[in-house]
Design a protein around this ligand. Structure first.
Ligand SMILES: C[S@@+](CC[C@H](N)C(=O)[O-])C[C@H]1O[C@@H](n2cnc3c(N)ncnc32)[C@H](O)[C@@H]1O
Length: 383
């Protein structure tokens, strides 16, 4: 019996960024997942098809939702090939499907993940060719079925990717500036900040608007992937369209509506233009206000605010200019936002030191190869 026949609960893995495992586990708990187990860059859990669809639609910090279908040990490429061939792939796809394989390899035996990809792909397409004379084609950009090969030492896990393209591609971001934040990471920052969803929310260096859009979706209870048209599971031969329609309609109707100040600004007119377009694409133009402004000239709203910002890291700036910018951020926070909470995301430790405020909390995150600091500054009055 496979997950495709199963009416019962089965094992599922949600992948995420390094550092967001806790917040993803909490999201899964809220969604009703069972047997939640934290791993590195992933969280395992148990659920049924309904939870699988919901996980794709509702999880803000997940990147992919995988369904493991076969585990085996392989001590060399021949055993890898044989292991992949043990699966009856005709249960999951036909020769008319197009496939892509993602591989994550952490093993002294298999050092080249490209080679793992080729071996596993050959094992799948050879199985079809031997049976029917026709083989599924590879389409790396937009396959109908995506397969994940994870290797840890000699243990291989083959999974079906129920998401298709990465879940951070929400479907609202049409334009991006030079260093856009990953949407799942942006959502993770907001959830980790402990924002009370009542005080003002500000991103004063908003770039293409990702943090603002994710914050508005969180506070208005909008499922992060409501705007996304395609998910991998829609191409599976067991796709339960009535079940999906019900889950989607429930999510569409559960938006909450109330007034709250979410505001963004950026020094660059081009960034403000892009952010405007993305906010409109997300249908949030009535929920977020945008202005073009240098942060040092910001006029703070009345009452307590939570600020989350992601200043330039330094790739395109001289170190002295960057240090001056970070110093001006610290000074502005201190002068204009007493009683508020500020969070700054940056990979530049030198520049962060120039903020000159006492850090209340430090969180380490990873986005791809980049190590990031997410620092909290509680701006007590009279600081
Ligand atoms: C790393 S980007 C932010 C990316 C954004 N989080 C996103 O997802 O697109 C940094 C932004 O800070 C803006 N910026 C730099 N100096 C600024 C200042 N003094 N005041 C306001 N914005 C500034 C830049 O124009 C840029 O858009």
């Amino acid at each position: 019996m496979t997950v495709f026949d199963s009416k019962d609960k089965f094992q599922i893995t949600a992948k995420t960024h390094h550092g967001l495992e806790d917040v993803l586990s909490e999201e899964l708990k809220q969604l009703g997942a069972e047997d939640i187990t934290k791993m590195t860059r992933a969280v395992g859990f148990k659920g049924d098809m309904q939870l699988l669809y919901k996980a794709n639609l509702h999880l803000r910090t997940a990147l992919r939702i995988l369904v493991p279908i076969y585990k085996f040990k392989a001590s060399n490429e021949t055993w890898l090939y044989r292991g992949v061939q043990k699966v009856d792939w005709s249960k999951y796809l036909t020769e008319k499907d197009t496939i892509a394989l993602d591989s994550a390899v952490n093993s002294p035996i298999f050092k080249n993940s490209q080679y793992v990809f080729l071996k596993a792909k050959d094992a799948i397409v050879d199985q079809f060719r031997n049976k029917t004379g026709i083989r599924p084609n590879v389409d790396l950009d937009d396959p109908t079925v995506r397969i994940n090969v994870y290797i840890q030492n000699d243990e291989v896990i083959l999974s079906l990717d129920s998401s298709g393209s990465s879940l951070h591609k929400r479907g609202y971001r049409n334009e991006v500036n030079e260093a856009p934040l990953n949407e799942a990471l942006a959502a993770g920052l907001i959830l980790m900040s402990g924002w009370d969803k009542q005080s003002n929310f500000i991103d004063p260096m908003c770039g293409s608007g990702t943090i603002l859009i994710e914050a508005a979706m969180i506070v208005h209870n909008i499922a992060p992937n409501l705007h996304r048209k395609k998910f991998g599971f829609m191409n599976w031969n067991n796709f339960d369209k009535p079940l999906w329609d019900r889950i989607f309609n429930e999510a569409s109707e559960s938006k909450s509506d109330f007034n709250l100040s979410i505001s963004g600004s950026d020094i660059s007119p081009e960034a403000v233009r892009m952010a405007k377009g993305n906010i409109r694409a997300a249908g949030l133009q009535d929920k977020i206000t945008l202005t073009r402004k240098d942060f040092v000239k910001i006029e703070p709203p009345a009452g307590k605010s939570t600020l989350i910002m992601n200043p330039p890291f330094g790739e395109r700036m001289q170190p002295e200019d960057l240090n001056d910018l970070y110093k001006s951020i610290g000074d502005t926070l201190k002068q204009k936002f007493p009683g508020s909470e500020a969070w700054i995301l940056s990979s530049n430790l030198e520049a962060l030191k120039c903020i000159g405020l006492r850090t209340s909390k430090k969180i380490i995150l990873h986005a791809g190869p980049l190590e990031l600091r997410f620092n909290n500054y509680s701006l007590y009055a009279g600081l």
